[in-house]
Design a protein around this ligand. Structure first.
Ligand code: BG6
Length: 483
């Protein structure tokens, strides 16, 4: 008997801006990712002031799922996916973001996508905002630092939920909402708060132009938008289930020095539970005002806001999980190469992009979160970004990816055996796509290889990696056969 419950949502995940391409097709407007250049593990992506001639923007074509979607979803179906987590590209349905009426061509595109999923027996799970704010809302309104975005978002969400009633029942309000707690990346990708000037590097650590007040305020507005969206989703269709989506962060103390332990506790709380408490419990944690004080920000939570947050708690907690890090009170030990920052961990190996591989951290995280919230959990991103070699016959021997996934799935099984209510698992980047942090194609996650390189060259042909066949077997046996 499998440890995994019947009906477990096995599948894969993508985001529109990283796979669709068609950045200006059929009335689509520009999104924030469309003004971001490519980078590498050592060269940051840049944000330009609009689209510049002669510059390569990886999202513009990406892996052209906009025209390959039937083929791609059929391949997901062939693997036996029960669930496909994807996003609607906001600017495909509301090109500028502040219109009242949507772009009908965009609406019909996603309808065809969802119908194809249903035809293949796949349940779609839709992220409404996955780092893809319409550029106009960023440029003209200042992104989520402006409360007007709440109504624009709700108009978009209402349109999507009404149009796709009966086709989609799982929704995520904001991807990795806690990334707004980070400077550069959080401002740009999370909140659509653009850097001043042109051609500015996207940072993960120190961000010279960062104004924490704006980020924390933007996050508050996203919380309100998310809570209102949950209530609306249940009104539109009582079958709808809405989740939060948090970038799962595991921080161990670097040593048993109490200073390290306290710092690790602070990181765990702030990076996971600041957002989790608001979205699952419906209120800021007791220590939030202390965080605001330390960050020099002031957030006013009116009685009306408090009531909104309390009314709009999510049905499930979803998260991404890639790595763990350690906290050290010794600044000399802090190293880069990890989006959460922190000190190293001598017990763990790292990916080629410096992300510490820690399957047991996934079990630890599942149990920590379940202990705190007791709502169903869903892993909506996990996977290995690696350099793949495509053989002449199209095959890719990615045993390293199979090993990574097997070890993480084993730990999921352990957590379920410990009583965690886990709904499903959608592996990140089930088809190769553009990396969010570096803009590369070279950092591949997929079961399906796409012939395209960092410079944009390639035939876009799809081929199945060894992991494709492995995952098919995992799903067919409901996680029992991981060999
Ligand atoms: C998450 C994002 O941060 O991690 C995805 O939700 C992203 O959009 C994924 O692609 C993996 O990160 P990267 O930088 O390797 O693409």
């Amino acid at each position: 008997m499998s440890t995994f419950p019947e009906g477990f949502l096995w599948g894969g995940a993508t985001a529109a801006n990283q796979c669709e391409g068609g950045y200006d097709a059929d009335g689509k407007g520009l999104g924030v990712p469309d003004i971001m250049t490519g980078g590498t593990v050592s060269e940051p992506r840049h944000v330009t002031d609009g689209v510049k001639p002669g510059v390569h923007y990886p999202s513009h074509e990406a892996v052209d799922m906009y025209t390959h979607y039937l083929e791609d979803i059929a391949l997901f179906g062939e693997m036996g996916f029960k669930c496909y987590r994807m996003s609607i590209n906001w600017s495909r349905v509301f090109p500028k973001g502040d219109e009242e009426k949507p772009n009908q061509a965009g609406i019909e595109f996603y309808r065809r996508v969802f119908e194809k999923c249903r035809e293949c027996g796949i349940e779609p799970m839709v992220t409404l905002s996955h780092y893809e704010l319409p550029y106009h809302l960023a440029k003209e309104y200042g992104g989520w630092a402006n409360p007007k975005l709440i109504d624009f978002y709700l108009n978009y969400a209402r349109t999507a939920m009404t149009e796709y009633k009966g086709l989609v029942k799982y929704w995520l309000t904001f991807n990795e909402i806690n990334c707004l707690l980070m400077g550069g990346f959080g401002n740009i990708m999370g909140a659509g708060i653009l850097p001043p000037g042109d051609d500015v590097a996207m940072t993960f650590g120190d961000t010279p132009w960062d104004v924490p007040q704006k980020r924390y305020q933007a996050l508050h507005y996203q919380f309100l938008a998310s809570a209102k969206c949950v209530v609306m989703a249940h009104e539109i269709d009582p079958e709808n289930k809405v989740g939060c989506m948090i970038a799962g962060n595991v921080t161990y103390p670097h040593t048993c020095n109490p200073d390290d332990v306290i710092l690790a506790q602070r990181k765990q709380r702030e990076q996971n539970f600041y957002c989790g408490d608001v979205q699952v419990r419906g209120a800021y944690p007791a220590w939030a005002p202390a965080v605001w004080k330390r960050e020099g920000v002031s957030i006013e939570v009116s009685d009306e806001d408090a009531a909104t947050l309390a009314a709009g708690t999510v049905d499930f907690y979803s998260f991404s999980y890639y790595m763990s890090s350690t906290a050290s009170a010794d600044p000399k030990l802090i190293e880069g190469g990890n989006i959460f920052g922190g000190a190293g961990n001598e017990y763990l190996k790292k990916s080629d992009w410096g992300w510490a591989i820690d399957p047991k951290g996934l079990k630890y995280y599942l149990e920590e979160v379940y202990d705190r919230y007791q709502v169903p959990l869903m892993i909506v991103e996990n996977g290995l970004g690696a350099v793949d070699v495509r053989e002449e016959d199209g095959s890719v021997h990615d045993s390293y990816r199979v090993d990574y996934l097997r070890e993480h799935i084993e730990q999921m099984g352990e957590a379920i055996a410990d009583g965690v209510d886990l709904m499903g698992y959608t592996m990140w980047g089930c088809i190769d796509l553009v990396s969010a942090s570096t803009g590369e194609m070279k950092k591949r996650y997929g079961f399906i290889y796409v012939d395209k390189d960092n410079d944009g060259a390639g035939t876009l042909a799809r081929s199945k990696k060894d992991s494709f066949y492995w995952y098919k077997k995992v799903i067919a046996t409901n996680g029992e056969d991981l060999s």
